[in-house]
Design a protein around this ligand. Structure first.
Ligand code: GAL
Length: 378
């Protein structure tokens, strides 16, 4: 869990923004809710274009005191710092990449004491085989593994060549399952023939449950909660509070990285409440690390569920349609649970709803997700 600079700010990042972001996450409760990583995405680098036999360097105007200063600042505040590069001659925004300099860069990131690396291919190597891709990412993964400093590795490759099947084996900790998310809940097409809205991304990850496990995560992309169509970088018209809350509920129950992509210095009360709902976050952070499965999909009704480490189950009842619908979960039929009595808690209402013998239902408004935790017995 953490924050990443890209969705809201694009390459317009600097030391002041990062320090203010850390300060805000400490004071608004996000850090204590679990958002630990503060990740610089593309745009921290000094040079554009092909590497000229030089070490990668940070932009001296944007980051006058350097990256180590920021990692120390993050650590002093109980947080971690992430950085960004890629296996090309240049990154997606045209800055110099790590191709041919992988070990040198890995060692330098470690010497800067960073804790996370997003290593982004920009959907390149379209014709490369799985084997070639494994080698490309392993060139960065190996020196990171060899370095005594622990660095989480995000292998970002648009979900191509079934990356979920092999990225964990070469040492990646999470991998994007698709192209970029757009700031839309349910846009009719793929914007610019490229972007996925929230529901597209949900469907893209359906069926990938077996590849999600502790330390190896399917990454449904950074959250768009709270962007409100105002991102400097992402396309999209924004979504309603209800839709952003549904998006957050889904990413939580899917146990995908929760990387906030919005400006956390100015969050309105509703957005902050969405991002810091500890009962919903607990689904994301559960030690079993299970990605919820679709257990029912009829018309515009979509129900996902997963087992939790304490024996309870988490359930999300999503209404994908434009009319209010009654959605029901039947634990014997839908979840295969032999429970004669079930205690239901609603995680957005923060309320125990009582005990039920066969099923539980609720009126779910358009694009809302009702999130439940169900326990056997009273
Ligand atoms: C894209 C990536 C985005 C962002 C961007 C930076 O390829 O999917 O999440 O990192 O590059 O240029």
């Amino acid at each position: 869990m953490g924050w990443s600079s890209w969705n809201q700010f694009g390459v317009e990042i600097n030391e002041k923004l990062i320090i203010e972001t850390i300060d805000a996450m400490v004071s608004n409760g996000m850090r204590d809710a679990g958002y630990i990583y503060v990740n610089l995405d593309d745009g921290w680098q000094q040079d554009k274009g092909k590497r000229q036999n030089k070490a990668l360097d940070y932009d001296k105007e944007k980051f006058p005191r350097g990256i180590t200063f920021l990692s120390e600042y993050a650590h002093k505040n109980g947080m971690k710092l992430g950085i960004y590069s890629g296996p090309g001659e240049t990154t997606c925004a045209g800055f110099s990449g790590s191709l041919g300099y992988e070990k040198q860069d890995a060692d330098m990131f470690a010497s800067w004491n960073v804790d996370h690396l997003k290593y982004d291919s920009c959907c390149s190597h379209k014709d490369a085989s799985k084997q070639e891709l494994k080698e490309i990412f392993y060139k960065m993964s190996k020196p990171l593994i060899d370095n005594p400093k622990d660095i989480v590795l995000h292998a970002c490759h648009c979900g191509w060549e079934d990356i979920w099947e092999w990225a964990g084996d070469i040492g990646a900790n999470h991998w994007r399952i698709g192209q970029d998310i757009s700031d839309d809940f349910d846009y009719s097409e793929n914007r610019e023939d490229y972007y996925f809205d929230v529901l597209d991304m949900l469907d893209r990850g359906d069926g990938l449950e077996e590849f999600n496990k502790p330390g190896q995560w399917n990454d449904f992309d950074m959250l768009v909660v709270g962007l409100n169509g105002e991102s400097k970088e992402l396309v999209g018209a924004g979504a309603s509070n209800i839709e952003y809350r549904a998006h957050f509920s889904l990413w939580s129950i899917l146990a995908t990285p929760l990387l906030t992509g919005t400006d956390v210095r100015n969050l309105d009360a509703y957005t902050l409440e969405t991002l810091t709902n500890k009962e919903v976050i607990a689904l994301n952070q559960d030690p079993l690390g299970k990605q919820a499965k679709t257990v029912k999909k009829t018309g515009k009704i979509h129900v996902l569920a997963k087992p939790m480490s304490d024996g309870s189950w988490a359930v999300a009842m999503l209404n994908r349609g434009s009319e209010t619908q009654k959605i029901s979960i039947d634990w014997k039929q839908d979840l295969g649970l032999d429970w004669d009595e079930v205690h239901v808690r609603d995680l957005w209402k923060h309320k125990d709803m009582g005990s039920f013998s066969t099923n539980y239902d609720d009126e779910v408004i358009s694009h809302q997700a009702v999130v439940l935790r169900i326990y056997p017995g009273k």
